[in-house]
Design a protein around this ligand. Structure first.
Ligand code: ADP
Length: 870
């Protein structure tokens, strides 16, 4: 006969059914237990033992568990592995459960009521241990409406909320800028991004979203926050409804929403971000990325703001110049910079502390951090006040650094200097804040002193010198004597009552001790309750200032970013870029910050190069051998534009940058097979995007586009793309290619010029100079590069024979580009003569005959003869 599930299992299954596809952490005493498939998955991710418990449907129930006190670290690992977790807590004490069961006329079996109190998901974390201090953690809700998609993005850890609205086609680019850790969408939306979490479509109603925002911020209109369209409001509705769901009704800190307009920022799509390795290197790590190379911020909040700056650089000259002027001021004054950074070093992460406090997960330490952070902000306010030639940005931020005097004073009076992270033990309210609390503490303290005195009394009375009064969590205070002395105290009239016999000691109680202990316990309990009440008041007081504190945190972060940029610039000898209106790009002595730093580690020097694009010379075609430095040159110029428009100095001797509206970076046939499209298809989809989106204010770098297909197709496409960039888009563009034939475009495209990275063959070896020079590349160095890379000599020799044959064929037929001259647009030109590579001659020319011994000379002759035979 099949019996039904046990009451506990029934309760578990009911909760599990509310947990969507989250793992259910089911609280049992000091553990969170997981069952069934949840247990299997968690055991595998966490590498903990999978056991079993009881039976369900005739089979043992798989189970694993994690201790409550260390649950956070396990949660962190599960979240990182892509899991979401529902936490089911006991919501009544065993005593309450017993009462209730009795009231309800239940039997002797008592089951404590449990409920899901919170969902822990990647996008809704506030705990310090679960977050990375230098990375924002963004939750995004999307709402499609007609041909637009609304985006509501919030960093729950700080409450910062941004609403946007985009044409459906631009969604991918916006999402790649935001880099969300969790995306929520209405169910049954066919264009939803992969891995998105679906919620009921009714949650994403724009009128509900608008009403929620208004009531949340107690305003009758949202106009004061910005202009939001229906799609953006619908997304906000979906976001808040999801937060209600995961917080089980308790909303986290949500600051008033800001609108982000598409213009005003330098637009970049996903492929561009990936290829420029802005926040992540190609291997997915921070190390090797642009931000890793330039981040000198001293606070987590600063680093997060810098990431935001680099993800969405500005496209408005005045705003950029405002940042640059502030960086410049700190760049030029090393002492001021050091003072300011000295102050930043001690700054706690008040934005996140505030997020926890408002979310109801704050600790005394969080309040202490807000107190200290606001105090330092005030010091900074004074420091900036005394600064000569204050830049406009600092002037604008300065008021936000102050204005919390009353709150800070209250927190200073209320809290001890370094408050604990746990509330349970109390001890965080300062002495002198509350006379009644101090009195309770005195009672407890006197009680403890009285107990210490009792110990001596009892020793005197019993004559047992080894008698001790001890305390533990189970018995409270007790008297302990070695076993051999116990008999005297066991006597009925001894005044001691027996409590516990251990192997070598016996434990007793006594009336006076009991009274003192009760007094301590009672006073202690009341003291804890008083501290709790104060804590709640302080939390409410802090929460009432949430917006002001968030503004202070933001101002601090901005100043940290400016000072960090100035520091980095001073370290690397970088310069302040000039932001110009004309569509130029004039960079002298430009460097690639990441490659330069990598080379510096191996004590190699980076070769600086110039770039000078203008109205009349917009498109540079760059040839030269593989590994010659073409990609590096392309990227360094894109990065310099990006850094400049983010408001920072740039790695160059000088830079004048005509404002760029969109930045595109494309690398031919990058290995994107993971997405299931052929590399060439990806290359073409990405190229198509440029051709349809770039404007005459855009900057485009094209690295070997056309490489992913056959030579003829590739050359034809590269040719047509270059023509279109030149004639139709008329944007600034650097185009690296190994097709020599493309150089013929220079004959017809007047704003196109030819350049190459220099290389030299020396004693048969290729020397890459990484130096950019004018004019077309003279020839291909493929075989020399292959030799450099260690391809065995016989293979190189064979390749050379094949090459000779091919080149002979080319000379006879007019070459790969034969016939292009007959295209109506092009005049025929004679093929440039290929310069033959003559290693024998080079080797001989380089020979210092006087320095050779007869033996060396003989060896050399043999070598030359062998080379000649190849
Ligand atoms: P290409 O695109 O021409 O194949 P890359 O730009 O990938 O060449 O450069 C190859 C390598 O050469 C880089 O990894 C770097 O180590 C080195 N390199 C490139 N540019 C420079 C430079 N300007 N100065 C010094 N080394 C450079």
């Amino acid at each position: 006969m099949a019996s039904g599930p046990t009451p506990m299992m029934a309760q578990y299954l009911a909760l599990k059914s509310q947990a969507d596809d989250c793992l259910l952490f089911y609280r049992m005493g000091d553990f969170f237990e997981l069952f069934f498939d949840d247990a299997r998955r968690a055991a595998a991710v966490l590498d903990i033992a999978l056991t079993s418990r009881g039976e369900h449907d005739g089979a043992p129930v798989p189970m694993c568990g994690v201790p409550v006190h260390s649950a956070e670290s396990y949660l962190a690992r599960l979240i990182r592995a892509g899991c979401r977790v529902a936490i089911a807590e006991q919501v009544e004490t065993p005593a309450e459960a017993k009462e209730r069961t009795k009231r309800e006329g239940g039997g002797s079996k008592v089951l404590v009521r449990r409920d899901i109190v919170r969902f822990v998901t990647a996008g809704t974390l506030t705990e310090d241990n679960l977050l990375e201090s230098r990375r924002a953690n963004t939750l995004v809700a999307l709402a499609p409406l007609h041909d637009r998609v609304g985006i509501a993005a919030v960093d729950i850890s700080t409450g910062a909320m941004i609403l946007e609205s985009h044409e459906a086609g631009n969604l991918a680019a916006a999402l790649s800028r935001i880099g969300a850790s969790e995306v929520v969408v209405p169910e049954a939306w066919e264009h939803a991004p992969e891995d998105a979490i679906t919620r009921p479509a009714a949650d994403f109603a724009s009128d509900r979203g608008e009403a929620r925002l208004k009531s949340l911020h107690q305003v009758s209109t949202l106009d004061g926050f910005g202009a939001f369209d229906r799609a953006a409001l619908a997304a906000a509705g979906g976001l808040i409804a999801y937060l209600d769901h995961v917080g089980r009704g308790q909303l986290p800190l949500l600051l008033p929403p800001r609108a982000r307009a598409a213009h005003g920022h330098l637009a970049m799509d996903e492929a561009t971000r990936a290829s420029l390795e802005i926040l992540q290197s190609a291997s997915g790590t921070r190390s090797g990325s642009l931000i890793d190379c330039i981040d000198r911020c001293l606070t987590g909040a600063g680093a997060r703001l810098l990431a935001e700056d680099l993800s969405a650089p500005l496209a408005e000259a005045e705003a950029i110049r405002e940042r640059l002027a502030a960086v410049d001021r700190l760049y030029g004054d090393a002492l001021l910079r050091e003072d300011l950074r000295g102050l930043m070093r001690g700054l706690p992460d008040i934005a996140r502390a505030l997020g926890r406090v408002v979310a109801g997960r704050g600790s005394p330490r969080d309040l202490g951090q807000i107190r200290d952070g606001l105090g330092l902000a005030y010091e900074l306010h004074q420091m900036i006040g005394e600064m000569a030639d204050r830049p406009a940005l600092f002037e604008r931020l300065r008021p936000a650094l102050t204005g919390h005097g009353a709150l800070v004073q209250a927190l200073i009076r209320a809290l001890v200097e370094t408050p604990p992270t746990e509330r349970a033990q109390g001890g965080y309210i300062a002495k002198g804040y509350d006379a009644a609390l101090d009195e309770l503490r005195d009672i407890a303290k006197n009680g403890r002193q009285a107990i210490a005195a009792l110990e001596q009394d009892y020793r005197d009375a019993t004559g047992i010198a080894a008698l001790k009064i001890k305390h533990n969590g189970v018995l409270g205070y007790f008297i302990e004597v070695p076993a051999r002395h116990a008999d005297a105290l066991m006597a009925a009239d001894s005044g001691f009552t027996h409590r516990q016999t251990m192997q070598s000691a016996v434990r007793f109680n006594a009336l006076a001790l009991h009274e003192q202990a009760s007094r301590i316990a009672e006073a202690g309990g009341r003291a804890l309750a008083a501290e709790d009440a104060h804590f709640e008041e302080l939390v409410a007081m802090t929460a009432a200032h949430a917006e002001g504190i968030a503004a202070t945190a933001h101002a601090l972060a901005r100043i940290d970013v400016c000072a960090g940029q100035a520091e980095r610039a001073a370290e690397g000898g970088w310069v302040r870029p000039d932001i110009a209106d004309a569509p130029c790009l004039d960079i002298r002595g430009g460097r690639h910050p990441v490659v330069e730093a990598a080379l510096a580690k191996g004590r190699d020097r980076f070769v600086a190069n110039d770039c000078a694009l203008s109205d009349t010379d917009r498109l540079w075609l760059i040839g030269g051998p593989n590994m010659g430095g073409k990609s590096t040159f392309l990227r360094q110029n894109a990065l310099i534009v990006l850094l400049a428009q983010a408001g920072g100095f740039v790695p160059a001797d000088s830079a004048t940058i005509g404002l760029v509206d969109r930045l595109f970076s494309r690398v031919g046939a990058s290995d994107n097979l993971a997405k299931g499209r052929s590399t060439f298809m990806v290359e073409m989809v990405e190229t198509a995007a440029i051709l349809s989106q770039a404007t005459d204010r855009s900057f485009v770098i094209l690295d070997e586009v056309g490489r992913g297909t056959s030579t003829y197709d590739g050359l034809a496409l590269a040719w047509a793309v270059a023509e279109s960039v030149h004639g139709t888009l008329q944007c600034r563009c650097l185009f690296a290619t190994h097709y020599h034939e493309l150089s013929r475009l220079a004959e017809t495209c007047e704003a196109l010029s030819l350049h190459h990275v220099r290389a030299r063959e020396w004693k048969g070896d290729l020397v890459l100079l990484h130096e950019l020079a004018d004019g077309p590349a003279d020839r291909s160095y493929g075989l020399a590069v292959a030799r450099l890379a260690g391809v065995p000599a016989p293979v190189i020799a064979r390749a050379k024979k094949v090459l000779d044959r091919l080149e002979k064929g080319r000379a006879e037929t007019g070459g790969l580009a034969a016939g292009l001259g007959e295209l109506p647009l092009f005049a025929a030109v004679a093929e440039a003569e290929e310069e033959q590579c003559d290693t024998l001659r080079d080797t001989l020319a380089a020979l210092d005959v006087d320095a050779l011994s007869p033996r060396d000379a003989l060896d050399m002759l043999y070598r030359l003869k062998r080379d000649a035979a190849d």
